[in-house]
Design a protein around this ligand. Structure first.
Ligand code: ZN
Ligand code: ZN
Length: 139
């Protein structure tokens, strides 16, 4: 493994977030200033193909890279794009039970509002907060 590839793998393994290629490039450059963005993209593809890391594709967003290559599910914030691992058990066996052929793969992205965005939305739109009574209704 080249030292560039090892560095990229380390960055992904040490991050608790699901990083974009851009974020990985910026972190890699902090350690190895000569690294080129094309090198980062090429190594990310190789690491995905070889099963060292996982790739998460979300429509209208850059791909993210995951230190856990085995199949698991993600909760994605529809506002800020933050991705968390989701503890959904039994989905694969459910899907398998619904089809007569062996499932060779599937993609499941579940969207929600993360904690921070839920708070931010309540601050921006207090009238959407169901716990606050609307004064119009009382009149
Ligand atoms: Zn969010
Ligand atoms: Zn993940």
């Amino acid at each position: 493994m080249t030292k560039q590839r090892r560095l990229i793998l380390e960055i992904i393994a040490q991050s608790k977030d699901h990083l974009t290629a851009e974020e990985i490039f910026l972190k890699a450059r902090a350690t190895m200033p000569s690294i080129a963005v094309g090198t980062v993209y090429r190594n990310l593809n190789v690491l995905c193909d070889q099963g060292f890391i996982g790739r998460i594709s979300v429509i209208n967003q850059p791909d993210r890279f995951d230190s856990k290559p085995d199949r698991h599910h993600h909760l994605i914030c529809s506002r800020c794009g933050k991705i968390e691992d989701a503890p959904f058990d039994g989905i694969e066996s459910y899907l398998q039970s619904q089809t007569e052929r062996e499932i060779t793969g599937y993609e499941l992205n579940v969207f929600h509002l993360c904690e921070a965005c839920r708070k931010a939305e309540q601050l921006e739109n207090p009238e959407n907060n169901p716990t606050e009574q609307k004064t119009d209704d009382i009149k």
